[in-house]
Design a protein around this ligand. Structure first.
Ligand SMILES: Nc1nc2c(ncn2[C@@H]2O[C@H](COP(=O)(O)OP(=O)(O)O)[C@@H](O)[C@H]2O)c(=O)[nH]1
Ligand SMILES: [Mg+2]
Length: 443
């Protein structure tokens, strides 16, 4: 019988992304102390957001209209949704809210998560709109003004924008050159690689040549930020010019059903870039030689001395065989330090501190090893004591058996607590490192 794997479904995009988010979270938990709190918080916020977004269903596509006061966000929202939900020409700094129109359902959980009040939700439709079916799955948001005088409004924008899958940045021809106004948007898109488009609105107020000049400038602005691929559309919410094209562009994105996943991917890639800096990778972590670690402790604990004495007795020279193990914290320190150095070679210093906190202290190692050595049953010990060996020279087999026994006892006593955390740390580091270098395409 031939075996075929062709029936095995490739893992879905969502489960791949989920697995990646889970790896990121798991690694971060472990590496928490090795990464600066600021970066850690930023990454954790992204992890939370990506997890939530994947849970809420990526078949929905959240498209947000954002931009400065008077650019025409609310007018475009109404034109696209065929509603009058958004208040046009109203700037009410203290009572602003986000509005939402949904196509093909109510997306309630999603809108709760985005933070749109129940009274600010409407189902998108318009008798005039052809092609509404193509918008099924769209969640369109009208946001407060990005440059609002009210901090509450700006905070709302800052909270909602990262939750959108596709950002439509609406630009007013009179304010488009205000770099400060766009800096935040450009930075967000550049930093997060967020799917996005620019919408130059109010084109009815522009002569054709002026519109062309502004388009040229906007493209240059995007180029300068390294996001030249972001498309720029022209609309007039007043005359309706370009609104169908905008709707068509949105429909293409919604129909692909991948924009939400792309946004999550982009965010994970952005987080990866941040991690890459935080990891400051110089070389791959390697597991130090545990046998050398054990040997160091064994010598310091007097196992070798005991083995030699036993070999001598077994070889026919009567004498005492030490029975008490005297490993001290002071003797453990250099052995432990060497382990820490080797385990974290090439990694930022912070990782050594983390590992130093996780593996047992020198004091603990000393007492655990002493205890274990004393309570172990040494090989051929009775025979040695009874002098039943009578070779004229030290019995190397006995010496070897003692050393091996000591190594096994020490390994049993502390091996797991030394090797385990070191391995976990390396895995975390590797996972983070892998996530930091993954491009948007692989997984
Ligand atoms: N001439 C013209 N006026 C527009 C256009 N879009 C919006 N407006 C007007 O500009 C003002 C602000 O529009 P609004 O949609 O509230 O902008 P928002 O602050 O970005 O939400 C209102 O008086 C609109 O009627 C447009 O394309 N052309
Ligand atoms: Mg508005």
């Amino acid at each position: 019988m031939s075996v075929s794997f062709s029936h095995v479904e490739p893992p879905s995009e969502v489960s791949r992304l989920r697995a990646r988010v889970a790896r990121l979270r798991g690694s971060l938990e472990w590496a928490a102390d090795a990464i600066s709190p600021k970066i850690r918080e930023r990454i954790l916020a992204s992890v939370d957001r990506c997890e939530d977004r994947l849970d809420l269903g990526i078949e929905w596509t959240i498209v947000a209209l954002a931009g400065g006061t008077g650019s025409g966000k609310s007018s475009l929202f109404n034109a696209l949704s065929g509603s009058q939900l958004a208040e046009v020409g109203v700037s009410r700094p203290t009572t602003a809210h986000a509005s939402a129109a949904t196509w093909g359902g109510k997306a309630e959980a999603l809108l709760d998560w985005v933070g749109v009040e129940a009274s600010r939700r409407v189902e998108g439709h318009s008798a005039l709109n052809t092609g509404d079916a193509r918008l099924s799955g769209l969640v369109l948001l009208d946001l407060p003004d990005h440059d609002s005088v009210s901090k509450a409004n700006r905070d709302l924008v800052d909270r909602v924008v990262p939750r959108a899958d596709l950002l439509l940045w609406v630009v007013d021809p009179q304010k488009y050159a205000d770099n400060a106004l766009h800096a935040h948007y450009l930075q967000t898109v550049a930093d997060y690689g967020m799917p996005s488009a620019m919408v130059l609105n109010h084109v009815d107020r522009l002569a054709r040549s002026d519109a062309d000049a502004i388009m040229f400038d906007l493209h240059r602005l995007l180029e300068d930020k390294g996001i030249g691929a972001v498309p720029v559309l022209m609309t007039s919410a007043r005359t309706g010019a370009g609104v169908d094209s905008l709707r068509g562009a949105i429909a293409v994105a919604v129909e692909r059903r991948t924009v939400a996943a792309e946004a999550v991917r982009a965010e994970l890639a952005a987080v990866g870039g941040m991690l890459a800096k935080a990891l400051a990778k110089a070389s791959d972590p390697v597991m130090p030689n545990f046998a050398s670690f054990v040997d160091g402790l064994s010598r310091a604990a007097g196992v070798h001395a005991r083995a030699e004495a036993a070999a001598s007795v077994a070889g026919g020279t009567p004498g005492p065989v030490p029975t008490v193990s005297k490993l001290t914290a002071a003797a453990v320190h250099p052995v432990r330090d060497l382990w820490l150095d080797e385990a974290t070679a090439g990694m930022p210093r912070s990782w050594r501190r983390v590992l130093a906190r996780v593996i047992p202290h020198a004091r603990t190692i000393a007492s655990v090893v002493n205890e274990a050595l004393e309570h172990s049953t040494w090989p051929v010990f009775d025979a040695v004591i009874a002098g039943r060996f009578s070779k004229p020279k030290p019995n190397l087999a006995v010496e070897q058996a003692f050393i091996e026994h000591g190594a096994a006892v020490i390994t049993g006593a502390v091996g797991e607590e030394i090797v385990g955390p070191t391995e976990t740390m390396h895995q975390s580091y590797r996972a983070l490192d892998e996530l930091s270098t993954l491009s948007l395409e692989d997984d």
